[in-house]
Design a protein around this ligand. Structure first.
Ligand code: Q9C
Ligand code: ZN
Length: 677
């Protein structure tokens, strides 16, 4: 199942015909530059390309008043002076004789995308459109927007496809107040928006953009606003917002479809947003959304005014939609204090409406951190871009040098390789998953195995040879992710060797997620190069900042908070260049839980994941893992059930201990909040 790209050249026809510094940034080159870059990277060719159609007037009527539609229709016949006068009646809007045609194509493109995804022709896609839509209201144009493309697409998905729960994620840097107004009392559409707000001093200057606007009547809790009160928000802030606000609520909502108001004015270099998220961040955000709604993600372009930053961010999003691993996020993964205040204020405002946001807040434990962020060894993946720091200062030359850099970590030739015990299981795999027959050289395997009694048997040795072979292919960039089956009696020993071998063969930082009864190798050094996280341990304990154990939660809600509030924040903070996921004997994970973990753990290490699966697991488990590591959608976890008080307690205790070192765990600013001393 592929990715659709919906576009029509006619949408470049509308342009500003008079002098207006506020509106001139919304120009035709936004589309042509983004498209050129998609072609140049070979991404357009990998998509199912659809030519946008015009929306009908009945379709426009799903959101807009007949009078307003008639008024916009009438602009086709106006002269420049009349267009300018009419434009002046709205806030930040310009009309052109082709505006009606373009705006109908923009809506039509969004509808075609939704139809293609819901008919099963593709799994996901992007509509590259202008004019944008999210500021447009029932009877008003606003902020370059004429018709509300995404809102109409949501209504269409309900009317024509019978959907009951639609999530709209608006990552444009402006508040999509138009979408908010249309759905504010509607519990069937959950609207999430983050936006530059600066305590109300940024356009569109609305009280109802703040975190305490949560919807009305039956729609209470179905509007989620995350206002940014400072400029300069970056990768860590955006990922934290997803982990600690959007995703908990979204999993609880359990959408059937995700619509993205994909504005890239929230990216670095944009003159409107003044934010610092790099293009790669949008690959991560896209990947995080793909675990929802069976991967049915329909993105529709909104803003984005820095042509280079816009184009690269669009490419990153399309790559993620296509299933390519996201390049690692560079720079410090430490959210800003102001971002944490915003995150905390949404969690407080939304707490009454969402079980997943309750009781999770922890009073930060303030003990001096023994490991300063500067003190850690730098990774392979972090070298080579010294200009990163300079670019973060909005310095023009440094910024263009950042955006000019050829991306490091080119996508490996093989996305996923598996070494399975039962060859017939391979039949269920996607056709371009490589079934690996290779093994590490026998002498090398034997040398690694020597200290371990459990690896003395031939069967264990053969399996280890395959693990080491896959590991080397991942570390030398030939393969992105891999899966190997381990004999039950040798699970711990195999993992021990895999960790040591990974560290000695080029991984600077290795995250090991061990599920089930697997003890940390006793003489593994606590030098900051490996982080051991055991799920399914007997008790919650952080023996050091690099040795963490937590019981396996018994409910879907408990499992999700464990993943979103502990595992991923640790993983994104640690910035590993390799993740080992070991599902040991009696690991207790259901297949969809294991798949979700694997899918989400592709993020932190640029897709370099090696999964070791115990041979006593179901044969389907290896298959489902191969599918998600390959970029297919994760299966649903089933209905949301609330975390038990014990699970919540265990998680809170751990987070309190670990927060001083691993800043992505934070959900409240250290400076403020109760109990921060
Ligand atoms: N300097 C979209 O991004 N001007 N619309 C604000 C603040 C209006 C943005 C002025 C910006 C409209 C779709
Ligand atoms: Zn915008």
């Amino acid at each position: 199942m592929g990715t659709a790209l919906v576009y029509h050249e006619d949408m470049t026809a509308a342009r500003l015909l008079w002098d207006d510094p506020e509106c001139e940034i919304e120009c035709p080159e936004r589309l042509t530059t983004a498209l050129e870059r998609l072609q140049q990277r070979g991404l357009e060719q990998r998509c199912l390309q659809l030519a946008a159609r015009e929306a009908s007037e009945a379709e426009l009527g799903l959101v807009h008043s007949p009078e307003y539609v008639a008024l916009v229709r009438g602009t086709q016949a106006l002269g420049t002076g009349e267009l300018q006068t009419l434009s002046g009646q709205y806030d930040a809007v310009y009309f052109h004789p082709s505006t009606f045609h373009c705006a109908r194509l923009a809506v039509g493109a969004a509808l075609q995308l939704v139809d293609a995804v819901l008919a099963g022709a593709v799994r996901n896609g992007l509509a590259l459109v202008r004019p944008p839509g999210h500021h447009s209201q029932r009877a008003a144009a606003n902020g370059f927007c004429v018709f509300n493309n995404v809102a109409i697409a949501a209504k269409h998905a309900q009317r024509q496809h019978g959907l009951h729960r639609i999530l709209i994620v608006d990552w444009d840097v402006h508040h999509g107040q138009g979408i908010q107004y249309i759905f504010e009392d509607d519990p069937s559409v959950l609207y999430f928006s983050w936006h530059r707000y600066e305590h109300g001093r940024f356009w569109p200057y609305l009280r109802e953009s703040d975190a305490d606007a949560v919807g009305q009547g039956p729609g209470l809790g179905f509007t989620v606003n995350l206002p940014w009160n400072q400029v300069g928000m970056g990768n860590a802030d955006y990922v934290a917002a997803f982990l600690h606000v959007l995703l908990p609520v979204a999993f609880e909502f359990n959408p059937e479809l995700v619509l993205v108001s994909a504005g890239f004015d929230s990216a670095i270099g944009d003159p409107e947003g003044q934010m610092q998220a790099t293009p790669e961040c949008f690959a991560h955000l896209t990947q995080l959304l793909q675990v929802l709604a069976g991967g049915r993600v329909c993105a529709v372009l909104e803003g984005g005014y820095h042509l280079e930053s816009l184009s690269q961010s669009v490419c990153m999003m399309v790559q993620a939609l296509l299933g390519d691993p996201a390049p690692p996020l560079l720079g410090p993964m430490v959210p800003h204090g102001s971002a944490l205040e915003s995150i905390q204020s949404v969690r407080v405002a939304q707490g009454p409406h969402w079980m997943s946001l309750q009781q999770q807040g922890v009073a930060p434990v303030l003990s001096p951190s023994p490991h300063s962020p500067e003190g850690r060894p730098s990774s392979l993946l972090l070298t080579g871009r010294p200009e990163f720091k300079a670019a973060a200062t909005q310095d023009v030359a440094a910024l263009s040098s950042l955006l000019d850099q050829p991306r490091l970590n080119p996508t490996p030739p093989v996305r996923t390789a598996v070494a399975l015990a039962a060859p017939d299981a391979a039949l269920a795999l996607p056709s371009d998953v490589l079934c690996e027959e290779g093994s590490a050289p026998q002498e090398e395997t034997q040398a690694w195995a020597r200290p371990h009694e459990a690896l003395a048997q031939d069967r264990a040795l053969t399996a280890l040879g395959k693990v080491l072979y896959l590991l080397d292919r991942i570390l030398d960039g030939q393969v992105s992710s891999g899966i190997a089956v381990t004999p039950a009696c040798a699970a711990a020993a195999t993992l021990d060797v895999a960790i040591r071998c990974g560290l000695s063969h080029g991984a600077q930082r290795l995250l090991c997620l061990a599920v089930g009864q697997l003890d940390r190798p006793p003489d593994l050094t606590d030098d900051g190069r490996n982080l051991w996280l055991n799920i399914g341990g007997k008790e919650a304990a952080a023996l050091s900042m690099f040795h963490v154990s937590v019981p396996l939660p018994g409910t879907t809600g408990g499992f999700l908070s464990c993943v979103l509030a502990l595992v991923l924040p640790l993983a994104y903070s640690f910035q590993p260049d390799l993740v080992l996921v070991a599902l040991g004997p009696a690991h207790g994970l259901r297949d969809p839980q294991a798949a979700l973990l694997a899918a989400l753990l592709r993020g932190p290490a640029g897709g370099r994941v090696l999964a070791l699966v115990d041979e006593e697991s179901t044969p389907q488990l290896a298959v489902v893992l191969a599918r998600v590591l390959h970029g297919e959608a994760a299966p649903s976890l089933g209905p949301f059930s609330m975390a038990s008080p014990e699970d919540v307690q265990a998680l809170m205790q751990l987070r309190g201990q670990l927060e001083p070192r691993w800043k992505m765990l934070q959900v409240a600013s250290e400076a403020g909040g109760p109990g921060s001393g």
